[in-house]
Write a protein that binds this ligand. Sequence first.
Ligand code: DQA
Length: 148
Amino acid sequence: MSAVFVLNGPNLNLLGTRETAIYGTATLADIEAALRAQGERLQLLIDFRQSNHEGDLVDWVQEAGGKGAGIIINPGAYTHTSIALHDALKAVRPPKIEVHLSNIHARESFRRTSHVSAAVDGVIVGLGAEGYGLALDAMRRLIDKVRR
Ligand code: DQA
């Protein structure tokens, strides 16, 4: 069974202590554990990764394009800057969902632009760590639709 790649960008390794009023107190390990449990219920394998480096994320999107069932991505600040991630996501076929813990539209103006949103099937913003779980539920349905 191929896995849903859950890709996390820069500074998300600091969740739990980073600007907790904005991002909450759940750590990335907490989010991973919750997704793995949910993945078992949904019969989805989870390949969960984090990197502070743009090229790693591009490599992983390409890898998921070759062997992944789907991509859930929180690109962190690369959301607002990375044409390379946009292009990589455009180039691959599995269903793709962008997630942000915070509501990027209600913060600084530089966060309102996402280069990623135009390259994915759907976007979940502002619902905290729960957004990842909502994305996984939606991913189950997207994968089933693709297979039909
Ligand atoms: C974020 C929002 C980005 O603007 C920010 O750079 C992050 C986290 C979020 O999950 O809310 O690192 O992607």
